[in-house]
Design a binder for this molecule. Structure first.
Ligand code: TMP
Length: 207
């Protein structure tokens, strides 16, 4: 099984992924937890460039190709080998993030994004994508609480509330377009309830 988690910044992905990993461990399922950008050594170097505050002059096409480069490496080095070994792969973000962040918000053409994603992923698609949905204000507030002294936010955290609102609605529209794969979870609910909803959604696939 290949499962991805998506959502705006501060939606609670990291917490839910570690709770989910614990559930899989309890069930005796061998899993690989990974993320984009940064799921490989090369990807970590790419992540550093992408999130670097000093890279304000990065042109949108360079940004798009860097995410694609990270993904091409990630699929071939981590995701596909793990799936072939019969493991479950859980990724914190994947192709949908590019569709929303670089497509809906930065305005790259949908066809170009699809073509690049196809090449980068070798057609490897998630079986299930959890969209942890919450209002942008809630996400930003959580992020600020988690790291109150971080004055030097990354490039994305510096963006306006309007940017994060666009991302949220971009994800919701995408989830409605791919209802077979997406599960929208209200992440304003208490953590344990969110975790339960995720477990319930995955239960048909558990041994
Ligand atoms: P993270 O903080 O959730 O790890 O993600 C880092 C940032 O990268 C996040 O703000 C979203 C952004 N991103 C894109 O813009 N496009 C992508 O394809 C991916 C994977 C992430």
């Amino acid at each position: 099984m290949f499962i991805t988690f998506e959502g705006i910044d501060g939606c609670g992905k990291s917490t839910q992924i570690s709770l989910f990993e614990a559930t899989l461990r309890e069930k005796g399922i061998s899993s690989v937890i990974t993320r984009e950008p940064g799921g490989t050594k090369i990807g970590q170097a790419i992540r550093k460039i992408l999130l670097d505050l000093d890279d304000t002059h990065m042109v949108p096409l360079a940004e798009l190709f860097l995410y694609a480069a990270d993904r091409a490496q990630h699929v071939r080095e981590v995701i596909n080998p793990a799936l072939e070994a019969g493991k479950w792969v859980i990724s914190d973000r994947y192709v949908d993030a590019t569709t929303v962040y670089q497509g809906v918000v930065l305005g790259h053409h949908e066809e170009l994004i699809e073509q690049i994603n196809r090449e980068a992923t070798l057609g490897c698609r998630p079986d299930i994508t959890f969209l942890l949905d919450c209002p942008a204000e809630v996400g930003l507030e959580r992020r600020a609480k988690r790291d109150p002294h971080n004055k030097r936010k990354d490039r994305f955290e510096r963006k306006t509330l309007d940017f994060h609102i666009k991302i949220r609605y971009g994800y919701l529209a995408l989830a409605n377009k791919h209802k077979d794969r997406f599960r929208i979870i209200d992440s304003t609910l208490p953590e344990d309830l969110v975790a339960r909803k995720i477990r319930e959604a995955i239960s048909p696939y558990l041994p």
